[in-house]
Design a protein around this ligand. Structure first.
Ligand code: ADP
Ligand code: ZN
Ligand code: ZN
Length: 737
């Protein structure tokens, strides 16, 4: 740019508007030195905003006289690297989402707020051995020091600044004194996990693993998508580790995406022991500061490996050499609000842009990915056998039609349980419904406890004696009498895990029962304690929800009982069958080991259902083929593509009217090849006190769908009805609720 050419900054600002904003550079700033991705503080409306420079332009979108001047440049080196900016621009286009919000979603909160890119190291204060020995009584005359010492004694692991600030009194001076006395140390804890001391050699690979590793390492340095399809326990993680070793040897970095619930301390430890290189972990439980530090370690290249959940796909890695998406079928990769991106799909885009391989892996791949493999867009790598000597469990349907049932358990299942327990095995029961019972019913008049804000029933939670709505979180005390007829005969209908646990305790009083679901593992450490009780055999019956389907292994479990699959067979959601199959196989795969091959029993009222039949043959591949054939017939993904426009409002008619206008407008664009379905009320019309409607757009060709959305979405800002509703667009929706 020449000296006298006027230069303007085109800036992405987090606002729900489909556009960027132009500014004059801050006074005294040389525009030629600014790089895209740099954060800039700007005046915005009546306040200020932290935006990101997209590019410098010579012509502004509005006349120069009306432009405002940016306030300050916040970065020396761009917070959004070129690679990530490219990914953001792609996402904004594909998801038809405002670029400013996309860029904001890609940044750690503190950077979004305008904080500096400085690595703090999170400061921690903790007692020294001498400090431990001090009797607080000695400090009677220094109450602040005494209070701090007491606080530190309560927190063995040390305290951070936030905790100290929350403690109330000014603490800095007293802390300095305690440090000077040698009773307290302050250390900076880095987000970077240094390589663990105990190095561990991996097992020697079997032939299938070796072939997968060879194929993968052979394609480092070029874009190629792989689908690693291997049953649980087939040694997929072992394959990741070998390939990552190779990547690190070349001086490159690896990004490993895992589902939220799969990111266990055990997994991280395994990576640390094996790789002997610094790594960082990114997940939702980190504080803002910890997240920024981990991000910086990746950004500066100090971290060789990043293991993270969904949003980690936006982590800048200057030397990225490989992306792995573990359990690629998992729903947690899809963001369900704001920018509704799929981290799995973005991983593919990122790998393509960077010219590196991407490995999607699962024991139960999504139908989309299997189809892509079939179409040769992905290379399929298979690990058909369990690693080591473990065998596949056997699987069988239990026809429960007209059979006596006891709290949802058939006698057949109870009998098999007893046999397995007598033989010294453990039993796992899978029921994907938490709480005591999904319905509270008046036996005299038929009244049912409903949520006051949703079109949904309240779930009965017995231990807390509460009714809870699992959709909006509302809760209230259990009615003592029917509000409609005053009868006291209220009955709990149906089974949840809490009731199942109770029933099992009665049926097997001599065997310990443990329940794992969101309610029973809320408190820190509870999950681990419950897992431990299974592993050490103090409890031998395990009942739980889909939390059991991920990340954990139960080697002593010889029998898995699946209580209820029938809902999955007849749901309105076209993916329900796929999900049911994935869950059942994932749970089944958690059980057994070499000397104790497992048995899986599935209770059903539909033993002849073709999908269930395929499922018990444990041929997920054939199951998938059948399910794909069904989708092909009706043009559902992956044979077509979908976008879902949702709208909601406190007033019943507003969402419907809004979407009606949208539909009319969409028709006016006359884009061929896109079918509009609706608007219709959402399957659960009222949720959290708001009425919801939806308009589904279906197209055989993705390009047609995007052509329409590109015109339609920006125009919605100006619709009269828009102000009366909250609306959102979901491209490639994972659920249609
Ligand atoms: P997955 O990720 O497919 O569930 P893992 O890689 O975790 O499988 O392997 C399952 C178990 O088998 C682990 O305990 C692992 O150490 C072991 N294992 C993996 N590969 C081999 C092998 N080639 N020989 C012996 N044991 C193996
Ligand atoms: Zn009643
Ligand atoms: Zn509710």
């Amino acid at each position: 740019m020449t000296q006298d050419a006027p230069g303007f900054l085109r800036i992405a600002i987090p606002a729900p508007l489909q556009r960027s904003f132009d500014y004059l550079p801050p006074a005294g700033v040389e525009i030629a030195e600014l790089r895209s991705g740099t954060r800039v503080r700007v005046p915005f409306g009546r306040g200020q905003a932290v935006g990101v420079l997209l590019q410098c332009v010579t012509e502004a979108a509005v006349e120069a006289a009306r432009l405002r001047r940016a306030i300050e440049i916040l970065d020396d080196s761009p917070a959004v690297t070129e690679e990530i900016l490219q990914l953001c621009l792609w996402s904004a286009g594909y998801y038809h989402h405002p670029i400013g919000e996309v860029v904001a979603a890609a940044l750690p909160t503190l950077l979004r707020q305008g904080r500096s890119q400085r690595d703090s190291g999170v400061r921690h204060w903790s007692l020294t051995a001498a400090g431990h020995a001090i009797d607080i009584e000695q400090l009677r005359r220094s109450p602040r020091q005494a209070a701090l010492l007491a606080l530190l004694k309560r927190h063995e692991g040390g305290v951070d600044r936030a905790r100290l600030d929350a403690h109330g009194d000014p603490w800095q001076a007293a802390m300095r004194t305690l440090i000077a006395k040698g009773w307290v140390v302050m250390e900076e804890r880095s987000a970077l996990l240094a390589s663990a001391s105990a190095f561990e050699h991996g097992p020697s690979l079997n032939a299938d693993q070796q072939q997968a590793v060879d194929t993968l390492t052979g394609s480092l340095g070029e874009f190629q998508a792989f689908l690693l399809y291997g049953v649980t326990g087939s040694g997929k993680t072992e394959v990741y580790l070998r390939v990552i070793e190779q990547v690190l040897r070349q001086g490159k970095q690896a990004l490993v995406l895992v589902p939220e619930i799969g990111l266990t301390p055990q997994l991280v430890e395994r990576f640390r022991r094996r790789l002997q290189q610094p790594l960082v972990v990114l997940h939702s439980a980190l504080s803002d500061r910890e997240r920024l530090d981990a991000w910086l370690a990746a950004r500066t290249g100090r971290a060789a490996v990043v293991i993270g959940t969904r949003s980690a796909v936006f982590t800048p890695l200057p030397e990225i050499g490989l992306i792995i998406v573990d359990e690629e079928h998992d729903l947690s990769y899809k963001q369900q609000d704001g920018l509704r991106y799929s981290a799995r799909d973005l991983a593919l885009i990122r790998a393509r842009n960077a010219g590196i391989p991407v490995l999607l892996a699962s024991a139960t791949p999504s139908l989309e990915s299997l189809y892509n493999a079939e179409q040769s867009r992905y290379r399929l790598l298979r690990l058909p056998e369990r690693a080591g000597a473990a065998l596949h469990p056997s699987m069988q349907l239990l026809d429960v039609r007209s059979r006596p049932m006891q709290d949802g358990l058939s006698e057949l299942l109870l009998t098999r349980m007893r046999q397995h327990l007598d033989a010294g095995g453990q039993t796992l029961l899978f029921l994907n419904r938490r709480g005591f019972a999904p319905t509270l019913l008046c036996h005299d008049c038929g009244w049912i406890a409903q949520c006051r804000r949703c079109d949904a029933r309240m779930t009965l939670h017995h231990a807390q004696q509460r009714l809870r709505c699992h959709h909006c979180g509302a809760e209230r005390a259990i009615d003592s009498a029917c509000p409609a007829c005053d009868s006291a005969d209220l009955r709990a209908l149906g089974q949840g895990t809490e009731r199942m646990e109770q029933a099992l305790r009665q049926a097997f009083p001599e065997v310990g029962v443990v329940r794992i679901d969101r309610d029973s593992t809320r408190r820190k450490g509870e999950m681990q304690a419950r897992l431990d009780s299974i592993h050490d055999g103090s409890n031998r019956i395990l009942v739980g929800t889909q939390m059991l389907a991920k990340g954990h292994h139960f080697p002593d479990v010889t029998l898995v009982g699946v209580i209820d699959t029938d809902q999955g067979l007849f749901s309105a959601d076209f993916r329900a069958g796929e999900r049911m199959a994935q869950l059942v196989l994932q749970v089944a795969g958690r059980a057994g080991r070499a000397d104790k091959p497992g048995e899986v029993l599935i209770q059903t009222h539909f033993p002849n259902h073709p999908l269930l039949q395929l499922l018990v043959q444990q041929d997920y591949y054939r199951f998938a083929a059948a399910a794909l054939a069904e989708r092909a017939e009706v043009g559902l993904p992956p044979f077509g593509c979908l976008a879902l426009l949702r709208a909601e409002a406190p007033a019943r008619d507003a969402p419907q009217q809004f979407l009606q206008q949208v539909a009319e407008r969409a028709q006016a664009y006359r884009v061929r090849g896109v079918e509009l379905l609706g608007p219709v009320a959402a399957p659960m019309e009222r949720r959290q006190g708001r009425y919801r409607s939806q308009l589904l757009l279906q197209a055989a060709e993705r390009a047609d769908l995007h052509r329409l959305l590109a015109q339609l979405v920006p125009s919605l800002e100006s619709l009269k009805q828009t102000r009366k509703v909250r609306w959102s667009l979901d491209v490639d929706p994972m659920d249609l609720m």
